[in-house]
Design a protein around this ligand. Structure first.
Ligand code: ARG
Length: 459
């Protein structure tokens, strides 16, 4: 018998039950469901709905149900359609009819919304700790490569020299925005729907502020009709997960490119590389491809769930049951991806020689234009002159520094013998020392800031 069977003369069709039941996945909410019920039982007692001995019996019963789940000895029954009905059914078995008083004034609509918010708040904490690990790995690796110069790219074409530390730290800051996004999402989701009833609120004199606080929420929801169907917090988290995955996917793409033998800037540790069943020489970065691949799925979870939300009429609708699998899937994926990315970064080999060998003088073309600017030429003219220098070097098949001074002066008379000093990659990098630049001095400042963030300051 289901908990709502009174008005029905026939049991549900088997196929409908398979479609309707959510216990297969919402069992994951058992701890939050029981915590919500214990707080609610106490609120009912405070409102004079439950006597002292009744609330005592209910709380003890719920604690026993919790122990059964924790120890994996909870036995599901065919009528347990979701976690809420399963817990209540077992409570009544354990404590008798008094257990049937727990649901007074409550609906599964405010109950599930409360449970899932509580669960999501805890999930954010787990995700933040995985993110912090990866950020720490990036900072530690960056610290060891502050003076290591490599080509930087725009449009994946050689652009300007940068330091390897600067490259690694660029991902630290992307992930820092993910942390910010998650922290503010957690803040916004800390609003308690319990007491909203099915849609209209509760007739009982429940102190919803006290109830919300007792569960760790900031405040109760302001509108019961909105509260039961508000899943913005799920959309927020799905977005935060998708964006975080997009950041991992970009890092993965860099690692795939830079570990290609044509670049050979880095190599992944054996433990994070895979081979081919046919080609003995192969060393593939499959984990990075999985980062990229899973990202598509996480973006799908977000857009899929937004589509679920968009046409719902007011109040709770069963469509909302789709919220859980989508969010579980996105969070599970990140829980698998983040530790692998952290370990891959920690064990990354950075090949400074290969990076240095890839530094071609065209990367210094901007520095050459800056040289003319220092001699008084407006930048636009300097840019044009250096463009001609690059073309001339190409025609003569020589590096920029090998062009005779006479050739340079033929293009612009401001070129002088001191132009030689421009052809120094370390010097190019060292000049970009304004805040946020790639110079080792600026990168040291950047690392200090990153460490402050990791230590929980400067938020
Ligand atoms: N399993 C349901 C869900 O996840 C619980 C709420 C059911 N409420 C209802 N009125 N049928 O949304």
């Amino acid at each position: 018998m289901s908990l709502w069977g009174g008005r029905f003369s026939e049991p549900s069709d088997e196929d409908l039950r398979r479609l309707n039941d959510s216990i297969g996945f919402d069992r994951a909410l058992y701890a939050e469901d029981i915590a919500g019920s214990i707080a609610y039982a106490r609120a009912l007692a405070a409102a004079g709905v439950l006597a002292a001995d009744e609330v005592k019996a209910i709380v003890a019963g719920l604690q026993q149900v919790l122990a059964e789940f924790d120890n994996d000895i909870f036995t599901l029954m065919p009528a347990d359609e979701d976690i809420h009905t399963a817990v209540e059914r077992r409570l009544i078995e354990l404590v008798g009819d008094v257990g049937g008083k727990l649901h007074t004034g409550r609906s599964r609509n405010d109950q599930v919304a409360t449970d899932f918010r509580l669960w999501s708040m805890r999930a954010v904490d787990r995700l933040l700790s995985d993110l912090r690990q990866l950020q720490t790995a990036l900072v530690e690796m960056a610290e060891r490569h502050i003076d290591c110069v490599m080509p930087g790219y725009t449009h994946l074409q050689p652009a300007q020299p940068i330091t390897a530390a600067h490259w690694l730290l660029s991902y630290f800051w992307m992930l820092e925005r993910d942390v910010d996004c998650l922290v503010s999402a957690r803040d916004r989701m800390a609003v308690c729907p319990l007491g909203a009833g099915a849609l209209a609120g509760t007739p009982l004199s429940i102190d919803r502020h006290a109830l919300a606080n007792s569960l760790g929420f900031r405040r109760p929801s302001e509108n019961s009709l909105d509260a039961v169907s508000d899943r913005d917090f799920v959309a927020d988290l799905l977005y935060a997960c998708a964006l975080c995955a997009a950041h991992l996917s970009r890092l993965a793409e860099d690692i795939l490119i830079y570990s290609n033998p044509a670049f050979a800037f880095i190599s992944l540790d054996d433990r994070y590389s895979t081979g081919s069943s046919l080609m003995p020489q192969k060393r593939n970065a499959d984990p990075m491809e999985l980062m990229r691949g899973k990202t598509g799925r996480l973006i799908g979870n977000l857009s899929g769930f937004l589509s679920t939300l968009k046409s719902l009429p007011s109040g709770y609708n069963k469509d909302l049951q789709e919220d859980k699998e989508a969010l579980f899937d996105s969070l599970d994926a990140l829980a698998r991806l983040l530790p692998v990315m952290s370990a891959s970064i920690r064990s990354l080999q950075i090949n400074a020689q290969a990076m240095a060998a890839a530094l071609t003088e065209d990367l210094l073309a901007t520095d050459l234009a800056d040289y003319l600017v220092r001699k008084g030429l407006p930048f636009r003219q300097a840019h044009h002159a250096v463009g001609m220098v690059v073309r001339r070097a190409g025609e003569l098949s020589v590096e920029l520094s090998a062009l005779p001074l006479a050739e340079l002066q033929g293009i612009n008379p401001l070129f002088a013998p001191d132009v030689e000093a421009v052809f120094d990659f370390a010097q190019s990098v060292a000049q970009r020392r304004a805040f946020g630049g790639t110079a080792p001095t600026a990168v040291r400042e950047q690392i200090a800031l990153a460490k402050q963030r990791l230590a929980g300051q400067e938020r």
